[in-house]
Each structure stands twice: as structure tokens, then as C-alpha cells.
Design a protein around this ligand. Sequence first.
Ligand code: WQD
Length: 341
Amino acid sequence: MKKILVTGGTGYIGSHTVVELQAAGYDVIIIDNLSNSNESVVDGIERISGIRPLFVRLDCNDTDGLRSLFTAHPGICGIIHFAASKAVGESVRLPLMYYRNNIVTLLNLLELMQEFGVEGIVFSSSCTVYGQPDLLPVTEDAPVKPAMSPYGNTKQISEEIIRDAIHAGLPFRAVILRYFNPIGAHPSAEIGELPNGVPQNLVPFITQTAAGIRPELQVFGSDYDTPDGSCIRDYINVVDLSKAHVTAMNRMLENKSDQPMETFNLGTGRGLTVLELINAFEQSTGVKVPYRIVGRREGDIEKVWANPEHANKVLGWTAQTSVEDTLISAWKWQQKLGRQQ
Ligand code: WQD
């Protein structure tokens, strides 16, 4: 079995990707510092797959710890690097923490990949690198614009670091995956999104409001140039997104590309406004979401959705799950969390 290291593997997208990697026959090692997740996620993964992945609590800033891990587990052939801080607003308040946590950790991994002969890295990037695209839907060759937050800048810088490392001849391959807006939970409701404290993202705030944990949802802005004035995003099912990582890892390890580095948009190709998403949740679940329209949130872009054709054609991957079924999975997960709290 090919051995894959998943950094941030107890996180939201990381945990769902571990499940898909196991289903594809990979032997998975998870490292995570548990700063924004919980070790109980490993139990959830095991309940789904029947296989308990090795979990090592480790921070990617700990180079000695990383080196010990690679030494103890020879033969790691690929890395999927999720471990990073990812809250836009927090990054504006704590830029130095974001640059250290998101950039230095990548540098540590790339140097150890060279030292231990790891064949490739699948890197978790984001559509935030596009800023507000001039043309929609956005394609991978769209110009990368000045980031609107330190978080977005760390993703841009990370992509450039990987590109320059490969250009300099470091002996590994890379696939950059630019996520749009991941939402939903595994249909088993054994794993899902576990936001720390007050949710920053829309869907966990919707489900917590629907569950009565939050009194109401605030809709940030209704004066944008969109059909109903609220922002447009491309909401993609987290399991569909996770499957793309396996496809990317397979392609990279089987050396199917003549390019040492490839970049793919992972989206549905369909944009929805905030108000349309709220309505879709209410229609799908039958649960009302009390909301109030307030002012815009700093750093928000107006509208973005993917042109996913490159991933569809080259990766052979297409998002399959409807937004309605995805929202139902998010609600099912929230209800289970509610019973546990
Ligand atoms: C979506 C829309 C908000 C909360 C961020 C990161 C991105 C990725 C996904 C990591 C926006 C509106 C939200 C609320 C609202 N993360 N909203 N009320 O900002 O598009 O993307 O998360 O990779 O990199 O930038 O996602 O879910 O925060 O917001 O009205 O309580 O919902 O204004 O229009 P975003 P989001």
C-alpha cells in the first residue's frame, strides 16, 4: 500500500479526504496540532472506513518532530498539505501568526520532502488567490490579483514557493487545488465541520441558527451587483472535493502529466447568492433560518464561481452532489452534534 502523509488530517476537508484515500487503498498517516480540530475525528474516520489511520499530534513548525516522523515511517510517497490557519478576518488581526503558520510550515515540508525522497505534494489552495476576478466563471489562468487578506496572500505565496522550488529542480511534483466554498458533511454524519467558537463561514452559521444555537444569521450586505444584492459563491460538497484530492494524488504518483506542477479549480461551476443558499437550506430541510441583513463584511469579494472544465477534463473529476443534498448533510451533522453537546 502506498503511504500518504496528510497534514491537518483531523480538520474539516482533511478528515473527509483521509476517508477517500483509505477507500482508494492508500495507507494514511495523519499529523495535526489539534489547534482547530479534535482527536475524536480519528474515531469518526475509523467508524466510516473500518480502518484507523495512524495519528500523530504534531505541529508542522516542529522540524525535529517532522524529521522523526519521516524517519520512523520510511516510504511516505506523497503529502496532502491541509494544515494551515484559514480564517480571513483573523488573518487581518494576526498577520504574523498567519505568515509563520502557513508559510514556514510549507517550507519545512518541502525541505523534508527533498531529504526523504517524497515524490509529490497536493497543496490545499483557495479561490481567494483570484481576488475579485474580472471574468466569470474564473479559469486557472486568470490573473492572480493582490490578495485581499493575509490569509489569501499566504496561499498566493505558497503557490509561488512550490512553483519556484520545482523550477529550481527540487525532485518532486505538485498539484495545486484551488477550492471554492466547501460545505456539507459526510453522509454518515460521523465527520463534518467543527468550527471553533462562533462560526466564520456561512453554512455552519446557518445550521447553528437553524438548531437554535444562534438567535439569527446576519447576512453581510444586500447592495452588491447581484440578482438579490447578496454575494455569490460556488458552494462545493466536501466529499466531492475530497475525492478530487485522491484523483490528483493518483495522477501525480502515476506520473500521468508531462508537467511537474499542475493547478486545478475545484468548484461546481454554479454560483449561488447568500439568500439563495438560505432558501435552498429551508426548502431542503424544512427548517426556517431567521436572518437579518446588515452591512458588508470587510474583505468580502462580490462574486466568484469556478470554471471547472480543466479539472473535469484533465482530472476526470466533476462535482456530483446537489447543493440541496449537501445542505441536508450539513443539517444532519448539526443535529448529531446537538445531541452530543
Ligand atoms: C460566504 C458568503 C459572506 C457568514 C472563506 C475563505 C475561503 C474558504 C471558504 C478556506 C460571503 C456571507 C458569511 C455569515 C454571511 N476557506 N456570510 N453571514 O468568505 O467566501 O470564503 O471560506 O479555504 O478561503 O475566504 O466563505 O462562508 O465566510 O462566506 O452573510 O455569518 O456568506 O459575506 O458572502 P468565504 P464564508
